[in-house]
Design a protein around this ligand. Structure first.
Ligand SMILES: Cc1cc2nc3c(=O)[nH]c(=O)nc-3n(C[C@H](O)[C@H](O)[C@H](O)COP(=O)(O)O)c2cc1C
Length: 347
């Protein structure tokens, strides 16, 4: 299965587009830990067209992030075509990805993201307009449909392919499902079998073993990981180990994990212009890096209160020096239950 840009990996591993997560620093980090391809978070065609400052900042990327796709969304084919042209001319990523999957109300109300899936003629117009606005390959990311009645990923995939999509990523849930239930991997298998272009499987990969199972069950051409990369960018290298038939490298020990978190923080500092805001935004990553640790709840309480990156180093050092005290506080499992509770409250 040929991808429309050069790749070393036979089954490429993608870091999925994630608003507020797959930003430049995390994309760099994931590349360094084995991701073959990364995609920006979704960016509005209107914001790009108007050269909105925040949007352009989110569009910027460094050489260490290639190959990279820029993901755009919008339901106006003309605006989408213009945005694609601007991105191609000014930023020159390897490809332009169109978001047909976002379930958020604010986006679908205007037919953006998965809102487009209610009208497959519109989906095709958008793809054609984007393809005519750029010399770069155009790829699409879809859900299985708008709702259960309209659930038909094979037809949607074929329509995308007919309109010019060169790669298709499928997250096999409907829009109305949001993130509930399970991703139906059998739909990835059906779409991969029906299409001639490479199909990426996405959804519910939490471990390297999950990625291998998905590949075996679906024969997908590539694997896209979103939430499974939270706080464990090394998941990509672990998948690579298993793909190559090697034993999976273990998750790094605590001190190394903290070093990776600090490397991530340094990349954020180099990229963001508002250090305090960036540190506060970074708290969620810190919480994810602390997952699975003894006394994680206590550690997270401190990490969730930081307002500068300088504090993080001290908190990590204190944890490493007082490992026994933390271990006696609560088990890793109890700590993770607390984290999941906090994430559910925030969602
Ligand atoms: C915080 C968050 C932000 C997301 N933002 C985007 C986005 O900007 N564009 C997109 O196509 N999908 C987005 N997604 C969906 C993911 O790319 C992916 O399809 C979904 O999370 C399922 O994969 P997973 O089970 O590996 O997390 C987002 C998901 C999450 C959790």
């Amino acid at each position: 299965m040929r991808f429309p840009f050069p790749l070393d990996a036979q089954v490429p591993l993608y870091l999925a587009p994630m608003a507020g997560v797959s930003e430049s620093p995390f994309r760099q980090l994931c590349h360094e830990h084995g991701a073959d391809v990364v995609v920006t978070e979704f960016l509005s065609a209107e914001g790009i067209r108007r050269e909105n400052e925040a949007t352009l900042h989110k569009l910027s990327f460094g050489p260490g992030e290639r190959p990279i796709g820029v993901q755009i969304f919008g339901a106006d084919p003309i605006a989408m075509g213009e945005a694609a042209r601007f991105v191609s001319d000014v930023f020159q990523p390897e490809f332009i990805d169109i978001n047909f999957g976002c379930p958020v109300k604010k986006v679908v109300r205007r037919n953006g993201g998965s809102g487009c899936l209610r009208d497959l003629d519109l989906v095709q117009q958008v793809i054609r307009s984007v393809a005519s606005g750029t010399h770069l390959p155009v790829t699409c990311k879809i859900r299985s449909g708008w709702n259960e009645e309209m659930r038909d990923p094979v037809t949607i995939g074929l329509r995308c392919q007919d309109a010019g999509a060169r790669v298709l990523a499928l997250h096999p849930r409907t829009r109305t499902q949001m993130y509930t239930g399970s991703a139906r991997w059998e739909e990835i298998a059906a779409v991969a079998a029906a299409l001639e272009i490479p199909v990426l499987g996405n959804g519910d990969i939490k471990t390297a073993e999950d990625a291998i199972r998905m590949h075996q069950q679906t024969q997908c051409a590539g694997i896209m990981i979103a939430r499974g990369s939270y706080g464990q960018p090394w998941i990509f290298n672990q998948v690579k180990d298993l793909m190559a038939g090697r034993p999976k490298r273990p998750a790094p020990p605590v001190a190394e994990r903290f070093a990776i978190a600090l490397d991530h923080a340094r990349k954020v500092m180099a990229y963001e212009t508002d250090p305090r805001g960036a540190a506060i935004e970074f708290r969620k990553h810190l919480g994810w890096y602390a997952k699975g640790l003894h006394g994680g709840a206590e550690l997270r309480k401190k990490l969730y209160a930081v307002t500068s990156f300088g504090e993080v180093e001290g908190i990590f050092a204190d944890y490493l020096e007082n490992a026994e005290k933390y271990a006696s506080l609560n088990s890793a499992a109890e700590s993770d239950d607390a984290l999941e509770g906090m994430e559910a409250d925030a969602a």
